[in-house]
Ligand binder design. Structure first.
Ligand code: FES
Length: 104
């Protein structure tokens, strides 16, 4: 496991879902005040890009068939998805958002 640098935190605003490509997966990021949530940017229902979806309070909504997930836990909150999203720990280090990823 290792932290990977994604972006300066001052370039991440609230109210948007950002997508970052790492070497082996797409990660979606949401900022809530000084907290950052990271989850895989692939809907567990049918592969939709969550970062093209919407934020409603603490949930993110897939744009394809409107499954909803808790952005903190990845838990499914609304069908048609039945499996949650994989989430990743984050930290801020020297002004950059970093995400903890498994080694390839
Ligand atoms: S692909 Fe996300 S709800 Fe269907």
């Amino acid at each position: 496991m290792a932290y990977q640098k994604l972006s300066p935190i001052d370039q991440i605003s609230e109210g948007k879902i950002y997508s970052f490509s790492t070497r082996y997966l797409e990660i979606a990021i949401v900022r809530k005040s000084d907290e950052f949530f990271a989850f895989e940017d692939v809907c567990s229902h049918d592969g939709g890009s969550i970062s093209d979806g919407e934020i409603e309070e603490n949930r993110v909504i897939c744009p394809r068939h409107f499954a909803a997930f808790d952005m903190k836990t990845g838990e499914v909150l609304c069908m048609p998805a039945t499996e949650g999203l994989k989430i990743f720990p984050t930290r801020v280090h020297e002004g950059f958002l970093e995400v903890l990823l498994e080694d390839e």
